[in-house]
Design a protein. Structure first.
Length: 157
C-alpha cells in the first residue's frame, strides 16, 4: 500500500468514525436517562457492548468507502457513492430519531430503509471487491439484530 493510499484510508476512517461520533452525540445523554426507563427484551445486550461493536463496524465501513473512492470515475462509482453516503447518513439519523426524539416506531421504519441500503452496498461492492463486500456482512447482521431489538422495544413500550 502506498503512502497516498494510507492517507486516503485514514481519511475514510475519520469520516466513518466521525459519523459514528455524531450518532453517539445523540445517544450518550439518553442511555442513562430515557433509555434506562424503557422496558427491554431479555436479549437486549448490555450497554457497554454497543460502543466496541459499532467502532468495529465503522472500521469495516471505512474499508468499503476506501474501495469506493478508489474506483474509476463511472456511473457505477457514482451509484456506490450515493449508496454509501445514504447508508451512513441513515445510520446517523437513526440515533437521533430513536434516542434524541424518542420515536421508536419511526426509528424502526428508518432502520429498515438503512438495512436496504446496506444490502445494496454489499451487492454493489461485490462487483468490485468481494472481500470488502463480505466484510460488510457483520454490519448487515448487526443492523438486522438492532432492527429486531428496536421493534421489540417499540412493542414493549
Amino acid at each position: 500500500m502506498k503512502i497516498k493510499d494510507i492517507g486516503l484510508f485514514l481519511l475514510c476512517v475519520v469520516i466513518t468514525l466521525g459519523a459514528g461520533g455524531i450518532g453517539g452525540f445523540a445517544t450518550a445523554s439518553e442511555i442513562g436517562a430515557w433509555y434506562s426507563t424503557l422496558t427491554k427484551p431479555s436479549f437486549n445486550p448490555p450497554n457497554y457492548l454497543f460502543g466496541p461493536v459499532w467502532t468495529s463496524l465503522y472500521f469495516l465501513m471505512a474499508f468499503a468507502l476506501f474501495v469506493i473512492i478508489r474506483l474509476p470515475k463511472s456511473p457505477q462509482k457514482s451509484r456506490m457513492v450515493f449508496i454509501f453516503g445514504s447508508q451512513i447518513i441513515l445510520n446517523v439519523l437513526w440515533s437521533f430519531i430513536f434516542f434524541k426524539y424518542h420515536q421508536l416506531g419511526w426509528a424502526a421504519i428508518e432502520m429498515f430503509i438503512l438495512w436496504l441500503f446496506i444490502l445494496a452496498m454489499i451487492i454493489g461492492l461485490f462487483r468490485f471487491n468481494k472481500t470488502v463486500a463480505l466484510l460488510q456482512i457483520p454490519y448487515l447482521l448487526w443492523v438486522s439484530f438492532a432492527f429486531i431489538l428496536n421493534c421489540t422495544i417499540y412493542y414493549l413500550n
